[in-house]
Design a protein around this ligand. Structure first.
Ligand SMILES: [Zn+2]
Length: 313
């Protein structure tokens, strides 16, 4: 079964102030590296569709969506809130970014693919139910996970987040929902600084020290694998941020390309292993969506390693 690559040019229409790291070129460097590595021909390529209001409102409040709609500028770029900027097409880009993972859910549930990577922006994991923050407006992965729960009636989902920042938005959305196992690794203390202690058992926060390297990272997240095995997710979602990479100025964690291959093939190995369980406990697919990752020369290479690990290429 071919792995699937989903993107859309409209994701480049969300504009940020000049020299901002969360820039449209991030989409292009990933596209280009997929071609340079030769794996683009091994992937099913799909255009994202926009997430609908109904899908967005499964996780965000009506007020949040209205506020975004009403704040869009007719031209130029305006500051919105907490490191979030709006340009005329920002909400369109955000709808496509969320809709990409929703399409990923459909393709997996229709057994057309079992591994999906969404090359999209703006990112999503900092967006809470009622708040945009940290470059994020809509929580892409949460919208797709809710779609899987509600539309397909699934009852066990896992979201793994290896972005260098805590996925506070995803935690906010699923804090009271035991159907969703949420595992997040992140530099700590660090942005966004949300409280991470005293969490219920389905929220697994893994703080990493500044300067953390491959070995410490791999050891720190070793609790993820038994947690997956115990939860038996029917789908695994990944908030795939690459800002823990050693050359990324956004953090002091020092992961290397091989770490992204390692974690991705571990997740894939869990899915393969789950096939020996009775059908309702099997993992049908992995849907990964781009979060952070701001070092343009290395971002594409990290993503290629991620896709190779997930898709066994
Ligand atoms: Zn990040």
């Amino acid at each position: 079964m071919l792995a699937t690559y989903i993107s859309h040019d409209l994701c480049k229409q969300h504009l940020m102030p000049e020299h901002h790291p969360e820039c449209p070129a991030r989409i292009d460097v990933i596209d280009n590296q997929l071609m340079a590595s030769g794996i683009d021909g091994l992937l099913l390529q799909q255009q994202a569709k926009p997430a609908t209001d109904e899908q967005i409102l499964q996780v965000h409040t009506k007020e949040h969506l209205q506020r975004l709609n009403q704040s869009l500028p007719a031209q130029g770029i305006v500051s919105f809130d907490n490191d979030v900027y709006l340009s005329p097409n920002t909400l369109t880009a955000a709808r496509y970014a969320a809709g990409a993972s929703v399409l990923g859910v459909d393709l997996v549930m229709q057994a057309k693919t079992n591994v999906v990577f969404c090359n999209v922006r703006p990112p999503g994991h900092h967006a809470e139910k009622n708040r945009a923050m940290g470059f994020c407006l809509l929580n892409n992965i949460a919208i797709a996970a809710s779609y899987a729960l509600n539309h397909y009636g699934l009852n066990r989902i896992a979201i793994l987040d290896f972005d260098v920042h805590h996925g506070n938005g995803t935690q906010d959305i699923f804090l009271g929902d035991e159907r969703v196992l949420f595992c997040s690794s992140f530099q700590y203390p660090f942005y966004p600084g949300t409280p991470i202690d005293d969490m219920p058992a389905h929220i697994l926060n893994v703080p990493l020290k500044a300067g953390c390297r491959s070995e410490s990272f791999r050891e720190a997240i070793q609790g993820w694998w038994p947690a997956l095995a115990a939860h038996k997710p029917q789908l695994i979602f990944i908030s795939a941020g690459f800002d823990a990479f050693i050359d990324d100025d956004m953090s002091s964690v020092q992961l290397v390309e091989q770490d992204y291959f390692w974690i991705s093939q571990k997740i894939r190995a869990y899915m393969d292993e789950s096939k020996k369980f009775p059908e309702p406990k099997q993992c049908k697919g992995i849907i990964s969506s781009l979060e952070g990752g701001y070092d343009l020369p290395s971002l594409g290479r990290c993503v290629v390693q991620h896709i190779k690990g997930m898709a066994k290429l």
